[in-house]
Every structure is written in C-alpha cells, then in structure tokens.
Design a protein around this ligand. Structure first.
Ligand code: COA
Length: 250
C-alpha cells in the first residue's frame, strides 16, 4: 500500500486525480504509473528499479536500529515502522536525497547552460560552502570512509537518465560538486547524491523523494523487526558519565 499512499500524496498536492494501482504491472512500473498516470519508458522503469533495490536494505543504519529498539520493547510492527520513518526523515539520513536537490536548486538549474559552465559554477559553490564550513548533504558516510559501494550502480542509472532526458547541465552540476568535494576533503558521495537528481529528472516532486526511500526501506525494516522478534531481548544501552566528580556540601 505504501507506493499508493506516496503517489496519492504527490497527486493530491498537485491537485491531480488519484490513479488506481494496476496488478498487471510490476512494482516499479506500477509506482510510476500511479505517480504520473502514464506507462513509463523501460529506461525510466529500470533506473527507478535500481534505486528501489539499492535503498531496500542496509544493515544497522539509524532508522533500522530505531525500528529494532522499538520492537525490542514488544511494541507492535506499525509503531516500529513509524519510529523508523521518523529517523529516516532527518537530513543526515534519508532526508539527504531531498537536500541534494535543494542544493542544485540553490545553485540554479539553467536548462541551456553547457555541462562545462555548470561544472565550473558548482565547483565555485562547493569551494565557498566548504570555506564557510557548511555540511553538504549527499556526501560522506558514517561507515564508508572511502566511498559508498552503492554509488557506482546508482550513478550509472543517473547517467542513463541524464542521456535519456538530455540534461547535460545537470551532469555538470553533479560532477562539479563531487570533484570539488573530493579535491578539498576527499569525501565521496553517498547513495542519496545520485538518487536525488534521478527522481527529479523522472518528474517527482522533491518532498516525495524520502517517502520513496521509505517505500523501499520498509522491506529491510520489517525483515529486521521479524528477526528481532524471533530472538528478542530489550535493547537498553548504558551511557558513560563524563560530568563533574562527586561533590559534597560543606
Ligand atoms: C553521514 C555523516 C553524518 C557521517 O558523519 P561522520 O561519520 O561524523 O563524518 P566524518 O567523521 O567522516 O567526518 C570527517 C570530517 O568531514 C566532514 N564532513 C563529513 N561529511 C561532510 C559533508 N557532507 N559536508 C561537509 N563536510 C563533511 C566532517 O565535518 C568532519 O570534518 P572535521 O574533521 O573538520 O570536523 C556526514 O558525512 C554527513 O552529515 N553527511 C551529509 C548528510 C548525508 O548525506 N547523509 C546521508 C548519509 S547516507
């Protein structure tokens, strides 16, 4: 049901008619059908499918861990998923795919600009952002310190979409930010960096990007919830006190 909820939300915001799901289409075809009301080209379906597969499960990330903690109290499945969604929403986690596109918008997407000019502009933007010690979403990872292993596959899908929609200026913006970040800080893109512009090219509204991630990751969350339930013990970490030593009243 999740894809229907997400697509209905986008169509409701746009003031469009809601479109019923079709059971003759597969998951990705049906998602794009319900979002846009037409059968998507195979190239688009393929790129969407790649993103959904890459997003579907990723071990003990913040939202999955949140779901595990909630499940460990013997709370119900729905509470665990709602809690996981709350964790995913933040820009340091799933919200980054939306934040990436806000960066592109801040840079300004100029349809007739050459890839070279766009790359030059985005490099300058990144150099300034880093000089101002800004956190740039879509880069870095808590675990992968030498590059996110999911990025090459998603980036190939993005590049296919850039060719398909003929948007060289987006390629310029994408490459400029990534090169500049790599040169200045050796920080590599994470999955959200190529995923954000891919969804934008397909025509999704930016507030729909993280909900799409939810639709995929719900697979991983629920698998973890089942595993937690099968061998449960309450997750209850301790904290290490590092405040002042014990004080005595004279
Ligand atoms: C994911 C993230 C929270 C990991 O944080 P982390 O493990 O603490 O990062 P590191 O310890 O490797 O950071 C090393 C340095 O790089 C900087 N850095 C890391 N990611 C950065 C980013 N996206 N933009 C700018 N600087 C960044 C840190 O501020 C730190 O700088 P410092 O040494 O001057 O303090 C962090 O990279 C981030 O906030 N990224 C942006 C959000 C994002 O894209 N999230 C989706 C993750 S899949």
């Amino acid at each position: 049901m999740m894809p229907a909820v997400v697509c209905y939300d986008q169509r409701r915001r746009r003031g469009e008619e809601l479109i019923e799901p079709r059971d003759d289409l597969d998951y990705s075809e049906n998602f794009l059908w319900m979002a846009f009301g037409e059968e998507a080209a195979p190239e688009v379906v393929d790129a969407f499918r790649v993103s959904i597969i890459l997003y579907s499960e990723h071990s003990f990330n913040a939202s999955t861990f949140t779901g595990r903690v909630i499940t460990s109290t013997l709370a119900d499945l729905h509470s665990a998923v709602v809690g996981a969604i709350g964790a995913l929403k933040g820009p340091l986690h799933g919200g980054a795919n939306e934040a990436v596109m806000h960066t592109f918008e801040e840079l300004g997407i100029r349809k007739d600009e050459s890839a070279e000019d766009a790359e030059k502009r985005s490099k300058e933007w990144m150099d300034k952002a880093l000089a101002e010690k800004k956190k740039v979403m879509g880069f870095g990872h808590r675990v992968y310190k030498h590059g996110d292993s999911r990025v090459p596959t998603m980036q190939d899908a993005l590049f296919r979409m850039l060719d398909y929609y003929d948007r060289p200026e987006i390629l310029g913006l994408y490459n400029g930010l990534a090169k500049s970040m790599d040169e200045a800080k050796s920080i590599k893109p994470n999955l959200d960096y190529p995923a954000g512009p891919t969804y934008w090219l397909m025509g999704f509204d930016i507030p729909t990007f993280t909900p799409i991630f939810v639709c995929a990751r719900i697979t991983g969350w629920t698998a973890h919830i089942m595993e937690q339930r099968a061998a449960n013990s309450l997750i209850r970490p301790l904290s290490e006190y590092d405040g002042p030593e014990e004080r005595h009243l004279d």
